[in-house]
Design a protein around this ligand. Structure first.
Ligand code: FAD
Ligand code: NAP
Ligand code: SF4
Length: 677
């Protein structure tokens, strides 16, 4: 079959087995691995196998109790545990897929008091100090890795991935940062490499030779006292000699203070790292991090930067990614926007992962796909507002066969995503609009743009029900001078409708306040080169770990980000991305003032009390980002006219609204309407 992505869909011969294409579904913890019943995990992977991923890797499974990420997280230590995984491997094989189990020993990153490490050094992101491993425990742990691989084979897995990067135990042995031992397991590089090599040997020995072994090697640590490039090359060669089949790329330790997968990271920004190792070893190399489209994957493979590409979150966002790409339908792909909101942020909050743009992810058995019913063609539904909530609801209803009329006051789909996509580093949000546009068209949803639909028109439209997805309006604080020409709404600023001066105060430090501060201080679209410079990533590896001098570019604007609440700014930003937003703004000189009291805006600027002192911030503009209120002005007249009205997204509740909730509410309401006769 011909495909627009020939390199991506070229098979890869590993000798004893052949992968159908170059797409690896990278390891990602979902929270479904940990229980006794793995049937939901099986359904999750079966959907991705059906969607055509070449090889998939599970979330990390510990080789023993000490290696647990958290108490009672998944481990592979007994035949009973192996038997439990059969449901997963059988479901994947039934769909023609291949799956490897990742063996992950957390080392000093473990969130329990039994944690161990090469040296007793607490990780900056952990509350616990690890126990130093005795030589005997090291030998036992090596055997445990091998046992886990043998059990994985017994469970039906096609292979394993040994997690040797991101700062977990194996990486802790490799890098002088965390390995201060003076015995045969520490000191010179060959001693520090002994543990990963012995682990690989043990895995090979116990699991056999006709079994895929991927080693994830840290190719760029991004922490002080990480590996040098020469050490990475030497280790890669040793791994090749000791039986690895594939080398996967690891970028950045979890404790690194550089965002490596968030949406601010440009697409494919780390492919050069994998490319550096090409030619050094003959093993196929896998490129990773922020590869989220078939076009980017093809470019990396065609230019010879890697032999395979790894995508984890993009396959959470769209299980059919590979099939759509292979069949030349990339415009139908639900693209991962790298927000981390419903995947990694959920996991860090102790919840199951899902996906902001695909609420069915990890809920395959709970939220089945829409079923087309011809009898629904007689049922006409109006959806008012084509933001994330309205688009999601209309697409689902259309796919069930309803006659759907989608009304949008603006001239385009997307609602607030049209503002979000203007923020430097959030350009990916445009992909969600493109995806829904394709879906809505294919589902024959009738779309009407450019006019605010009225209750009278809707009442005359013979609709069975009206879905109000009309979103929100910005909150206007009752502050004297809020109407002063210096005061601007974030909407005008982001649309470029009003000029903004050199000195700016931002009222409100929620997600939108942070985004506006970014918009006002980042000079332009963030290129991969600008990203490396901004965060001080040194592609020459002059210093261990690849850390260089950070040089954030700025528009030169002086910005004050303000909030009334005392304490940390942006406390509600995502757990895995908030720190990076804060750090990026600080590096560009943005002033964070919390616990302030606003008095008025006038020709002099913003009058406020900050740090217990009344003062005037002599600014050119004050941008109001003070939250939002629901817009549902149509509800009362529609109900008075006897129509059935449903409110979703911001129209239902503006407090704590985000796109994850908006899209999920759209989907759930459509399912509910579909179930009512
Ligand atoms: P909206 O997106 O507000 O859409 C409502 C739509 O209804 C609008 O298009 C409006 O024109 C239309 N409408 C209203 N009345 C009528 C009428 N009478 N007739 C026809 N059409 C009408 N969320 C996140 O989760 N993560 C982020 O990183 C993020 N970043 C953001 C950055 C910015 C700058 C902004 C502004 C928002 C961001 N959000 C983010 C918030 C997110 O965009 C909203 O939560 C989401 O858009 C809410 O969806 P909604 O469909 O309820 O409403
Ligand atoms: P928000 O997160 O609720 O923040 C509103 C800010 O305004 C708060 O900092 C609040 O701080 C301040 N405020 C509230 N009432 C005020 C008043 N009367 N006068 C002055 N200040 C007031 O709302 P948002 O920033 O508008 O964001 C809207 C939604 O979009 C959020 O819920 C968020 O989830 C989503 N979003 C997310 C991201 C992301 O990166 N994840 C980015 C953008 C938007 P004080 O009350 O302390 O002053
Ligand atoms: Fe990607 Fe966001 Fe979905 Fe995670 S939640 S998979 S980052 S779109």
């Amino acid at each position: 079959m011909s495909t627009p992505f020939p390199h991506l869909f070229a098979p890869l011969d590993l000798g004893f087995t052949t992968l159908p294409n170059r797409l690896l579904m990278g390891s990602m913890h979902t929270g479904l691995e940990d229980g006794r019943d793995l049937s939901r995990l099986a359904a999750y992977f079966a959907a991705r196998a059906r969607g055509g991923a070449g090889l998939m890797v599970t979330g990390g499974i510990a080789p023993n109790r000490r290696g647990w990420l958290a108490p009672f997280s998944a481990k592979m230590t007994t035949t009973a545990e192996a038997r439990r995984h059969r449901v997963v491997t059988e479901a994947v094989h039934a769909e023609g897929g291949k799956i490897a189990m990742q063996i992950l020993h957390a080392g000093r990153y473990a969130m329990h008091p039994l944690l161990v490490a090469p040296s007793s050094l607490r990780a900056p992101i952990s509350p616990f100090r690890p126990w130093e491993m005795s030589p005997r425990l090291i030998r036992e742990t090596i055997r445990d890795f091998g046992r886990a691989a043998a059990l994985a084979r017994e469970a039906g897995y096609d292979g394993v991935e040994i997690m040797g990067s991101e700062g977990y135990l194996i990486n802790q042995f490799i890098a002088p940062r965390t390995n201060k031992r003076t015995d045969e397991w520490g000191g010179a590089a060959e001693n520090r490499f002994r543990f990963p090599i012995e682990v690989l040997r043990s895995v090979r020995q116990q699991a056999g030779h006709d079994f895929i072994v991927i080693f994830r090697i840290s190719m760029l640590d991004l922490v002080e006292d990480g590996s040098t490039w020469d050490e990475i090359v030497a280790l890669a060669r040793a791994l090749e000699q000791n039986g690895a089949n594939l080398l996967n790329t690891g970028i950045g330790w979890h404790e690194a203070r550089i965002p490596t997968i968030a949406t601010v990271v440009p697409r494919g920004a780390y492919a050069w790292v994998t490319a550096r190792l090409r030619g050094v070893v003959r093993l196929p190399l896998i490129a990773t991090n922020r590869i989220n489209t078939p076009e980017k994957a093809e470019e990396i493979l065609a230019s010879g930067q890697a032999d395979m590409v790894s995508m984890a979150r993009p396959l959470l966002a769209d299980p059919d990614f590979a099939r759509k790409a292979r069949e030349g339908r990339p415009e139908q792909i639900n693209t991962c926007i790298a927000c981390n909101q419903a995947c990694l942020d959920h996991i860090f909050a102790g919840k199951e992962a899902s996906c902001l743009v695909n609420p069915r992810a990890c809920r395959e058995t709970l939220l089945p796909p829409p079923v087309l019913k011809p009898e629904n063609a007689q049922r006409r539904i109006a959806v008012v507002g084509a933001g994330p909530a309205g688009m999601s609801c209309a697409a689902e209803l259309g796919e069930m066969g309803f006659e759907v009329h989608l009304f949008e006051a603006a001239h385009e789909l997307g609602g607030q995503f049209n503002l979000a996509k203007r923020i430097p580093g959030k350009e990916e949000f445009a992909e969600t609009i493109r995806y829904f546009h394709t879906r809505l068209k294919n589902a024959n949803v009738q779309m009407f743009f450019g006019r605010r639909i009225s209750a009278e028109e809707l009442a005359e439209g013979r609709f069975e029900a009206v879905v109000l997805a009309t979103g929100v309006v910005p909150r206007q604080p009752s502050l004297p001078g809020a109407e002063h020409p210096k005061a601007l709404s974030y909407i005008d600023v982001l649309r470029g409708a009003r000029p903004v001066g050199k000195r700016v105060a931002i009222i409100g430090a929620g997600g939108i306040g942070f985004d506006v501060a970014t918009f006002l201080t980042v000079p332009a679209h963030v290129t991969p080169e600008a990203y490396l410079r901004e965060w001080g990533i040194d592609p020459t590896y002059a210093v261990r770990g690849g850390l260089g001098q950070a040089e954030p570019a700025s528009t030169g604007r002086q910005v004050w980000l303000l909030q009334r609440t005392k304490g940390k700014m942006g406390a509600r930003l995502g757990k895995t991305t908030g720190w990076a937003h804060r750090l990026a703004l600080k590096n560009r000189g943005v002033q964070f003032w919390s616990g302030v009291e606003y008095h008025r805006i006038d020709d002099e600027g913003l009058h406020l009390t900050a740090n217990g002192q009344k003062q005037i911030l002599a600014v050119d503009n004050v941008v109001i980002c003070a939250g939002q209120e629901p817009l549902r002005d149509l509800q009362a007249p529609l109900e008075a006219a006897g129509l059935r009205v449903h409110c979703i997204g911001g129209a239902r509740l503006a407090a704590e609204l985000d796109a994850e909730r908006a899209i999920e509410e759209g989907l759930r309401l459509a399912m509910q309407i579909g179930q009512t006769a």
